[in-house]
Design a protein around this ligand. Structure first.
Ligand code: HEM
Ligand SMILES: CC(C)=CCC/C(C)=C/CC/C(C)=C/COP(=O)(O)OP(=O)(O)O
Length: 307
């Protein structure tokens, strides 16, 4: 009797331990970031065609891009484990906490990379496979290993990898690099600095402690706020381009203008009437802005070709 109780409690312990384990691996893939990246890839896919796209391309494309993005995020966790241990925001991550070893994390990243690449190569096309792999290298190696530690322009240049998914989605459908896809990449590329610098202002002490040359540490908070405002103005202007060149319709113009008015409100408040919460509110709004912007692109597209 006592033996079976012992076995049962051992099983529960083992189960809860392995459940925790899986959550750690899941956390290292930065799931919420990857979900938003996949939304932008999905919109790239849909805008590439005036008919419904095939389920095979949709599923294989999103799985492959999702696996390679997740692999890049896991490698980022491995490379940054010592920095992450020094920052309050990241010190509870699985690697600094010793819950997962760097070796196991790398095996996990390797598996995701191989499976993701093979899926793209076999069921999508080589162009998409190579561009997605280049984005992985751009984020996991060029940004994380070099730029992040080297220059306050780290996230401006490194942002190109995170901005790539609409192009990856587009090439998955057409096997061709189209100017419209590059315009979607440009929108995310210009969105990234205000997205990140708003958080960096809030976490300035973290980055200073870890000696990472983020803009608020190297050039000060005021300069960073001005940069956020300028990038947000540029973003609002660039967001009009898809309408002006006939890529989108009025639904997009109205939706994107409202979103950019909101983003400009936060960026303006951050610069001229900030309290201790404004930076974090601006960061949170940036995520809603990009998510809704891409949903609006999708709605605009299907309304146009359905009616
Ligand atoms: C170099 C480019 C980028 C940098 C440096 C950056 C930086 C960050 C950081 C540091 C966080 C963590 C906030 C936290 O832990 O509280 C974050 C969160 C987030 N980022 Fe970015 N980001 C970049 C690009 C992107 C892109 C391209 C997307 C999507 C298209 C994106 C979507 C998100 C989302 C959804 C979150 C919230 C995650 C959560 O709540 O767990 N980011 N970003
Ligand atoms: C294949 C492909 C599309 C790859 C791109 C993958 C990817 C996950 C891009 C998102 C960029 C991002 C979250 C940067 C933050 O890194 P950080 O190290 O500055 O932030 P942290 O301190 O929160 O780790």
């Amino acid at each position: 009797m006592s033996k079976s109780v012992g076995t049962a409690s051992h099983n529960i312990m083992a189960k809860s331990k392995s459940a925790l384990h899986w959550r750690d691996y899941y956390e290292m893939t930065k799931p919420k970031v990857v979900m938003l990246l996949l939304l932008t890839a999905l919109v790239g896919m849909c805008l590439a065609s005036e008919t419904w796209i095939s389920w095979k391309i949709l599923l294989a494309g999103l799985t492959g891009i999702g696996f390679l993005s997740s692999a890049a995020a896991v490698i980022n966790h491995v490379v940054d484990r010592k920095i992450d241990a020094q920052m309050a925001r990241t010190s509870n991550r699985p690697l600094p906490k010793g819950k997962v070893s760097p070796k196991r994390a790398l095996v996990f990243a390797g598996l995701l990379t191989v499976v993701g690449y093979v899926i793209l190569e076999l069921w999508v096309n080589r162009l998409t496979a190579l561009l997605t792999l280049a984005s992985l290298v751009g984020y996991a190696f060029v940004y994380t290993m070099y730029l992040k530690r080297a220059t306050p322009q780290n996230i401006v240049i490194g942002g190109l990898a995170g901005a790539a998914p609409p192009l990856l989605g587009w090439t998955a459908v057409t096997n061709d690099i189209h100017a419209h896809a590059l315009l979607l990449v440009l929108i995310i590329f210009i969105w990234t600095p205000p997205h990140f610098w708003a958080l960096a202002i809030h976490r300035e002490k973290d980055y200073a402690r870890a000696q990472i040359p983020m803009l608020p540490c190297t050039h000060g908070i005021e300069f960073t706020k001005t940069s956020i405002l300028l990038y947000t103005v540029l973003l609002a202007l660039i967001c009009v381009l898809p309408y002006l060149i006939g890529m989108t319709g009025a639904i997009y113009l109205i939706g994107s203008s409202a979103l950019n008015a909101g983003f400009l409100y936060y960026a303006w408040k951050l610069k001229f009437a900030s309290d201790e919460h404004t930076a974090m509110k601006t960061f949170k709004f940036s995520i809603i802005h990009l998510m809704v912007l891409f949903v609006v692109l999708l709605v605009d597209h299907y309304m146009r070709f359905t009616f």
